[in-house]
Design a protein around this ligand. Structure first.
Ligand code: RFL
Ligand code: PHB
Length: 389
């Protein structure tokens, strides 16, 4: 088989890129190692920036998002037992939309099927070759049969553990990493959210987050030890721990219920540079990871895809510059989101080795934040998403 762009990975990056390229008349295939049901079963992001929503509009997959997504004009930070609101819309003129990654992926999969675009699920032993020359290829096995796809370009949208970044010679990559000494234990439950907006909680027992997927489905997280196991946490133990970290009045309003899903995610900051090697382009988690505290991972994946779509469109439209500029343009935005996610993580979590001095620094920063319109505007500008330039 032959195509213009072979996309590895059917997460949000790969599927969004495929949809945008198809809109521009650029032929593509998506090759995914898991089943569609497995991809949809991963509970991940919940907050979309306006630029992400605009890209989903351009891809023609946002009808349900506009019907069912929840626009949020503010977000709360809680510390010292007090809740403080950041007026995102008042400070920036922008808002975020609460709409689960599962739903975004669902809409993208449905649109891909409706458009009859080629997608391979459960591809085994996916390999890429020739991307440092002029004839890139993707190889995979399906039901014991080997397939080879010849293409102009490969888009590595295969996440942190994917094959694309791993296929680049180590000497060509600069890796930057910070691993945090804790994880997040997350619970999804069909209970109404405790608040109409998100609450990020700083507490001496550790961070907590009250998020949501709809008016009837909540997503909650508590900071946990890195070596903790989901089996150690009954639903009751989770709800009790969450209540301990909320102000008493908020805990009293919390509706609990059986968990639909419970999982632990480690926290990491990671960037691989550059994001282009010959005819291979990395996008999304394949190139970078942010800790989830700033809600930036899916949004960064979307902005990479926006830049890459522009680059391919320029290339097939006859102008060479876009492909050359991709890595630098994407990384300029990525590093700013890395900084914000690292800052939010450092501000809101309990670090096992922090001295009393470190605790006072966190406290002073939080006190300052809510005494300064300028500081709140900095947070708000970053939270709603920096412009794609
Ligand atoms: P994905 O979603 O990991 O998809 C990659 C796909 O590639 C497939 N794959 C392969 N396919 C073929 N051959 C191979 N060799 C392959 N290896 C892997 C995988 O099966 C998979 O289907 O990466 P993508 O598309 O770049 O999307 C990135 C986002 O998923 C991620 O950044 C976000 O989920 C991060 N994130 C959040 N982001 C936000 O913007 N807002 C949030 O509120 C938010 N909350 C979160 C999060 C991530 C979390 N976890 C679990 C890490 C909350 C959590 C708890
Ligand atoms: C989520 O709803 O899963 C979520 C929301 C905000 C974050 C991280 C995760 O910062």
């Amino acid at each position: 088989m032959k195509t213009q762009v072979a996309i590895i990975g059917a997460g949000p990056s790969g599927l969004l890129l495929g949809q945008l390229l198809a809109k521009s008349g650029i032929a593509n295939i998506v090759i995914e190692q898991r089943s569609a049901a497995y991809v949809l079963g991963r509970i991940r992001a919940g907050v979309l920036e306006q630029t992400t929503v605009e890209l989903l509009d351009q891809a023609g997959v946002s009808a349900r998002l506009h019907r069912e997504g929840l626009p949020h004009d503010g977000v709360e930070l809680c510390f010292g037992g007090q809740r403080h609101r950041i007026d995102l819309h008042g400070l920036t003129g922008k808002r975020v939309t609460v709409y689960g990654q599962t739903e975004v992926t669902h809409d993208l999969m449905d649109a891909r099927t409706a458009a009859g675009l080629p997608t391979v699920y459960e591809a085994q032993n996916v390999r890429i070759s020739g991307f440092d020359g002029t004839q890139p290829q993707v190889h995979y096995e399906l039901d014991g049969v080997t397939h080879d796809v010849s293409c102009d370009f490969i888009a590595g949208c295969d996440g942190y553990h994917g094959v694309c970044r791993a296929s680049v010679p180590a000497a060509s990559l600069n890796l930057h990493e910070r691993v945090y000494p804790f994880g997040w234990l997350g619970v999804l439950a069909d209970v109404p959210p405790v608040n109409h907006e998100l609450i990020y909680v700083h507490h001496e027992r550790g961070f907590a987050l009250c998020s949501q997927r709809s008016h009837t489905r909540s997503r909650y997280y508590v900071q946990c030890a890195l070596d903790d196991k989901v089996e150690n946490w009954s639903d009751d133990a989770f709800w009790n721990e969450l209540k301990c970290r909320l102000p008493a009045a908020t805990a009293a309003e919390l509706t609990t219920g059986p968990s639909l899903e419970k999982s632990i995610a480690p926290l990491r900051s990671f960037v691989a540079e550059p994001m282009r090697f010959g005819r291979l382009f990395l996008a999304g988690d394949a190139a970078h990871i942010v800790p989830p505290t700033g809600a930036k991972g899916l949004n960064l994946a979307a902005s990479d895809v926006g830049f890459l779509w522009q680059a391919f469109s320029e290339h097939y439209g006859g102008s060479a510059g876009g492909l050359d500029a991709y890595s630098q343009r994407a990384l300029a935005r990525i590093w700013k989101a890395e900084r914000f996610s690292w800052w939010m993580t450092s501000l809101m979590h309990k670090f096992p080795d922090t001295s009393s001095f470190g605790q006072h620094m966190q406290q002073a920063e939080l006190d300052y934040l809510f005494s300064s319109q300028a500081a709140m505007t900095v947070l708000a500008e970053n939270y709603v998403g920096l412009p794609m330039v």
